[in-house]
Design a protein around this ligand. Sequence first.
Ligand code: HEC
Length: 142
Amino acid sequence: MKVPKNLGMRQTTVIVSLFLLAFAFVISNCDTGVQTVASGEELFLSYCAICHGTDGTGGGPMTEHLKLPPADLTKIAARRAGNFNADQVYQIIDGRVPVAGHGTGDMPIWGNTLKESEKLKNEKQVRQSIDNLVEYLRSIQQ
Ligand code: HEC
């Protein structure tokens, strides 16, 4: 069998491509801490505006199909004596832990939905997405 001394152009291309593929695979799976999840505003417009309205005040197109009107999300703090409790808002959005006094079932369980719809890789990205939403909601308080 004849072993070529120098690799031809085609072999080199194949080998380089394999290396690049392996590299891309490693990068995509390691937790670099780089923020890859969508911004709070993007997430809000994709998942929440349909019920809460694009400005968050309620009255999105789904409203007529719901038992309860979607809450006005610009008044989360106003409804709680001016206090925006980020932890509580986080729990309400996540929905995987039942929140006392909340849970009519009309508000979807985003912790699960976001993970699938946004193709999030891990729990850290789910938390980051919900944190982004919470910060967006904080920014629209009136
Ligand atoms: C299918 C309609 C629907 C969608 C979509 C929806 N919500 Fe809601 N949401 C509701 C309803 C209805 C309520 C009020 C009733 C209740 O308390 O369950 C509510 C209540 C809330 C509350 C509680 C407000 C308060 O002051 O207690 C928050 C926070 C909230 N939604 C955030 C979100 C976010 C963030 C999204 C998007 C990720 C979202 N909602 C998507 C229907 C929806």
